[in-house]
Every structure is written in structure tokens, then in C-alpha cells.
Design a protein around this ligand. Structure first.
Ligand SMILES: *Cc1c(COP(=O)(O)O)cnc(C)c1O
Length: 455
């Protein structure tokens, strides 16, 4: 028992020290890969050491090479922090070490997963009979939802892909908006569906319903998947679901929604209108490690027709061959998997319905504060309608914007990423961390002012 206790004490001390340091430490890492490797030592040791020594060395060597992604001043990419309840529950997941693929093997995890699944469907306003798979992230959630969709549209066309594969079967058309996330293309590639047909979008990146309708009308009435988006990574905008889901269904399509962070608009009464009509789709992908602030890695795939998901992901392959409750392993690509539902449950239990809504609204308030403050700076233009958790701004020219992005990283107060949107270089701010405060926003805006007004 001492081996566990001493090693866990070292990990606990380091973790608390690390979390304490987040308020003050620079957002970017302070050591390079080579420096961290040197501190770790690269020669494989012939003889080992006690667990606590290995953990202490790891913590000491890695600390300067860590990026403060969990800090309230990190706004790069779309990166959530780690909520205290979720983090502590995640430690238990590792200590309990439950292989969570089979229901009866671990009643505790299955109970938690059942409750968390029902709460998620309730919070997100999705059909209560849907199956929920706990994946590693939205990439695999997209893959999983689209796998269920691919198999279902082929089944409707009389082709059993589980038995016959794709070769020789009817072609599956896939339609996506021009600003879908890259991981949708990756998922389609994994599924053997190749590159999708691209449909035009408006100035906020929302798919154009008329263009979708026209594109659907052009092809044969064969198997078709339509991928919509809740939460454009540059604008935060959501596709117009009311028109598009109906149009797609009229053409017999399976509709999948990539809502890695945007799906959470549904949990906030103030933002639910953004995803109006999305509940009529067939599958949805989202992340728990973004807006919900569960530690990596945690995604969710939700499929209306549980049998379609089970036949795509289950070990069996046949449609609704079993009538017993769907096993966790029937809903995700993995057989063995960690107890991913546990930290999700913990954060939901800790926040409650109102707390999740407040979390989403707080993230949006901070983004609006950033957008308002950015607009007051000379030469700065906010390019998007700020409707959710994302803002994109230019600083006059591409060169100037890139200079500001670079100078901000060198300053270290905050991390915001540079990107290209609609042919222009932009500074992208994504507010996804539960712990960001108004004071953090003000402190980071001071840094933006400092670098933007210098030079
Ligand atoms: C982050 C993101 C993804 C990919 O999610 P991972 O959790 O990184 O796999 C997919 N779609 C959108 C819109 C995203 O923001």
C-alpha cells in the first residue's frame, strides 16, 4: 500500500502546486522539448526506482514544459479547462481502473453512465431514447455518428455493409458545409467515404439551405449523409437547422451534427435559439473536454436510433440482433475503455442544470467583453457576429495581425491563436474555460492593448 500512497502523495502535491500556479504563470511553456528531454534523461535506465521517485522526476522535469491550457487566460484553439469535480473524479477513474465496456462487469460505472447519458440528453434537449457513446473526443464522435449513418443509409438501399463491405455497393454521397471542421473529413476518410461534396455558406460560415436543397436535388436518390455544424470555430455560428434538417430528410438523408462545442448552446436558455431544430437530426457529436471542462479525453456521440449505433459499433454487426440493453462497447469504437462517464457525471452533478447554463452564459459574456474591448482599439475589426464563445479580429493588415499574435505569445499573459478566415489573417479568441474571470479578461485585454499599441 505504501507504494501507492507515496506516489499519489507526490502526484497530489505536484497537481495542487501546478493548479495554484495557473493564476500567475505565463500561458506559453517556458522550456523546449529538448530541454524537457534533457531534464528527464534519455538513456533507458538499467535498474528502476521506487514509484514516488519516478513520479517526482516526471513532475519536476515536465513542469517548465507545460502550457497553461487549464488557465483562465488560455483562449487558443477550442480548449476547455478542468473543473475541480471532473478532475477529482478522473483521478478516481484511474484508481478504480474499471474496464467499462460491459454493463454487468462494472455496475458502478454502468449506473453512472446511464444517469449521465439521461442528464446529457435532457440538458441538450435531444430525444430521450437516443444512445450515448462516450468517445475520446469529437473526432471519434463524428466518426461514430457517421458510421451509424453510413450503415443506415446503405441498409435502406438494401446493402448490408457489415457483411459485404463498401466495395461494389451503392455510392454514398456526403454533403458538408464549406466551413465544416477538418475532422469531419478525417472521419469520412476513416469510413472509406472519401472527400465530401461541399455546399456554400454565408458570411458567418452557416450552410445555405437553398444551396443544400439544390445540391441534394442534383444527385440520384441514393444513400446520402448530410453533415451540419453547431459552432463554427471562427464565428461560433450554427447552421440553420430548422430548414436544413427538414430538407435533408425530404431527400432521405441521414443528418449528423458536429457540435463539438456549439451543442452546449442548447443548455443555456439564452442561447438555445442558436440550435433550434437541431433535435430533429439523426446523430450529434460533441466534446465534454471543451465547454463542459472535463479533463482530456472526453467526447460524446449521440444517436437517435440506438439500434443503428449498436449495429455499426457493436461486436455483432447485425441490426438490432440483441434486445438486451446496449452495452457501452456497442456505442464506441473501443472494446476496453476507461470510465469516461464518471468525470462527466461529476461535473453535471456539481453544476446542476442551472450551473451548466450559467457556465455557457459566462463564457459567452466574456467573449462579448473581448469583442467590445477589441472594437475600441484603432485599426481593429471584429469580423464575426459574436453569438457564442468565439471572436475573430483583424488588426488592419495580415502582417499587423500576425505581428500582434506573435507579440502576444512573447508577452505570455495570454494565449490566443492566429488563424485565417475568409482569406484574412485573424486573431482568434475562444473562451472555453470555466475558471476565466472578468479580471482575467481585463488582464488579457491589457496585454492585447500593450502589444497592439506598441510599434
Ligand atoms: C474541436 C472540434 C472537433 C474535434 O474535436 P476533438 O475533441 O479535438 O477530437 C470537431 N469539430 C469541431 C467543430 C471542433 O471544434
Amino acid at each position: 500500500m505504501d507504494g501507492y500512497s507515496r506516489a499519489l502523495d507526490v502526484a497530489h502535491d505536484h497537481a495542487v502546486g501546478w493548479l495554484d500556479s495557473l493564476d500567475q504563470r505565463p500561458a506559453p511553456p517556458q522550456a523546449s522539448i529538448v530541454e524537457v528531454m534533457a531534464a528527464l534523461g534519455t538513456d533507458l535506465p538499467d535498474s528502476g526506482c521506487p514509484p514516488e521517485e519516478a513520479v517526482a522526476l516526471l513532475a519536476r522535469a515536465c513542469d517548465p514544459g507545460l502550457t497553461a491550457m487549464a488557465s483562465g487566460r488560455f483562449f487558443g484553439f477550442v480548449i476547455g479547462g478542468t473543473h475541480p469535480a471532473a478532475l477529482a473524479a478522473d483521478w478516481l477513474v484511474s484508481a478504480w481502473d474499471q474496464n467499462s465496456g460491459l454493463r454487468t462487469l462494472t455496475p458502478a460505472h454502468s449506473a453512472v453512465e446511464d444517469i449521465a447519458s439521461a442528464w446529457l440528453l435532457d440538458l441538450l434537449g435531444l430525444p430521450s431514447q437516443s444512445a450515448v457513446g462516450f468517445t475520446t473526443g469529437a473526432t471519434m464522435a463524428n466518426f461514430t455518428g457517421l458510421a451509424a449513418g453510413r450503415d443506415a443509409v446503405l441498409r435502406r438501399a438494401g446493402w448490408d455493409v457489415a457483411r459485404r463491405g463498401l466495395t461494389g455497393g451503392p455510392a454514398v454521397r456526403v454533403l458538408v458545409g464549406a466551413e465544416r471542421h477538418d475532422t469531419v473529413d478525417v472521419a469520412l476518410r476513416y469510413l472509406g467515404l472519401g472527400a465530401p461534396e461541399v455546399v456554400g455558406v454565408d458570411e458567418q460560415g452557416r450552410i445555405l439551405p437553398d444551396a443544400l436543397d439544390a445540391a441534394l436535388g442534383r444527385g440520384d436518390a441514393g444513400p446520402v449523409l448530410v453533415v451540419l455544424q453547431a459552432g463554427n470555430i471562427h464565428s461560433g455560428a450554427c447552421d440553420p437547422f430548422v430548414e436544413t434538417v427538414q430538407t435533408a430528410h425530404q431527400h432521405g438523408a441521414w443528418v449528423h451534427v458536429d457540435g463539438a462545442f456549439g451543442l452546449w448552446a442548447a443548455a443555456s436558455p439564452d442561447h438555445r435559439h442558436l440550435v433550434e431544430g437541431y433535435e430533429s437530426a439523426d446523430s450529434w457529436a460533441t466534446d465534454a473536454h471543451k465547454t463542459l471542462n472535463v479533463p482530456y479525453d472526453s467526447g460524446l456521440c449521440i444517436v437517435r436510433d440506438a439500434g443503428a449505433l449498436q449495429s455499426a459499433m457493436g461486436t455483432h454487426g447485425a441490426y438490432l440482433v440483441r434486445d438486451e440493453a446496449c452495452q457501452p462497447l456497442d456505442k464506441v469504437p473501443e472494446l476496453s475503455r476507461r470510465g469516461r462517464a464518471i468525470p462527466v457525471w461529476a461535473v453535471l452533478r456539481c453544476l446542476g442544470r442551472d450551473g451548466v447554463a450559467e457556465l455557457v452564459e459566462r463564457l459567452c459574456r466574456h467573449v462579448t467583453a473581448f469583442a467590445d474591448a477589441l472594437q475600441t482599439l484603432p485599426g481593429v475589426t471584429v469580423l464575426n457576429d459574436v453569438v457564442f464563445t468565439q471572436v475573430c479580429a483583424t488588426f488592419g493588415s495580415d502582417e499587423r495581425t500576425d505581428e500582434v499574435v506573435k507579440a502576444l505569445l512573447a508577452d505570455g499573459t495570454t494565449w490566443m491563436t492566429g488563424s485565417t478566415w475568409h482569406g484574412q489573417r485573424v486573431l482568434r479568441i475562444s473562451v472555453s474555460n470555466w475558471s476565466t474571470t472578468e479580471a482575467d479578461v481585463e488582464r488579457c485585454m491589457q496585454a492585447v492593448r500593450r502589444v497592439a499599441l506598441a510599434g
